[in-house]
Design a binder for this molecule. Structure first.
Ligand SMILES: Nc1ncnc2c1ncn2[C@@H]1O[C@H](COP(=O)(O)OP(=O)(O)OP(=O)(O)O)[C@@H](O)[C@H]1O
Ligand SMILES: [Mg+2]
Length: 226
């Protein structure tokens, strides 16, 4: 599903050296992986490479059989649209759009998309994550946990095979964090999504199938969660 081989990444080799120093890891379909590591250890860098946002690296990154670096920009965005979605700590919702519009928004940029289809898909995604009752509210009227549900609905709108979540509970209290974790586990179990969750929270990470620890640009630990 995802195969990283000997990934080396330096933002500015001259001044700061490599962030990822020959990292290799493979992740299977419907696997829930938590990535732990200190601030600055390269977690976001790693997600950006898996998600095809960063193609300036050495080594091989293969996602669903495609070597990411060989794709043109156009091929990459087409590939990403149907396979990979991101969820962020800061939700990244647009304040002047309702939740429903936020969820359907990425669809505006897809070729051949139809408004009616987008509406139906948005409806489904919001039902799926339990936020349909807020569909016509604006994000600033929602709690953090609710906002993150909207962001997750947007992310699963196109039923991606892979969900990449970078500190998605970083702005949430413990209870909301656990609920978001419940939701991710459900998406993995029921929709066969591969979920890769970056977190600082050991307790949340323990609920994943597998915990990968990044230290100094390399995998320092790789084992089972609960
Ligand atoms: N665009 C960039 N340009 C230059 N250096 C960068 C850039 N992005 C990240 N870095 C550096 O690369 C290293 C790894 O950053 P990264 O964001 O991957 O860490 P992280 O593990 O996600 O940290 P955090 O837990 O704080 O989010 C850091 O030293 C950071 O300063
Ligand atoms: Mg980060």
């Amino acid at each position: 599903m995802i195969r990283l081989e000997n990934i080396r990444k330096a933002y500015d080799a001259a001044t700061s050296g490599a962030v990822l120093k020959g990292l290799s890891v493979s992740i299977e379909a419907a696997e829930f992986v938590a990535i732990l590591g200190r601030s600055g250890s390269g977690k976001t860098t790693l997600l950006n490479i898996i998600g095809g946002l960063d193609r300036d690296y050495e080594g091989e990154a293969v996602v669903l059989g495609k070597s990411l670096r060989t794709l043109s920009d156009k091929e990459m965005s087409a590939f990403r649209n149907h396979t990979i979605s991101f969820v962020f700590q800061s939700f990244n919702l647009m304040p002047h759009l309702t939740c429903r519009e936020n969820v359907a928004f990425p669809d505006f940029f897809r070729k051949g998309s139809r408004a009616g289809d987008a509406r139906a898909l948005a409806q489904k995604a919001m039902e799926r994550v339990g936020i349909i009752h807020k569909a016509d509210s604006y994000p600033n009227r929602l709690s953090g946990g609710e906002r993150q549900r909207v962001a997750i609905a947007r992310a699963i709108f196109q039923k991606p095979a892979i969900l990449l979540a970078d500190e998605p509970t970083g702005n949430l209290d413990t209870k909301s964090s656990q609920h978001i974790m419940d939701l991710f586990l459900e998406l993995k179990r029921e929709d066969n999504m591969s979920v890769i969750l970056v977190t600082h929270d050991e307790e949340l990470a323990a609920r994943a199938d597998r915990i990968i620890r990044i230290v100094d640009g390399l995998v320092a630990g790789d084992g089972g969660g609960q």
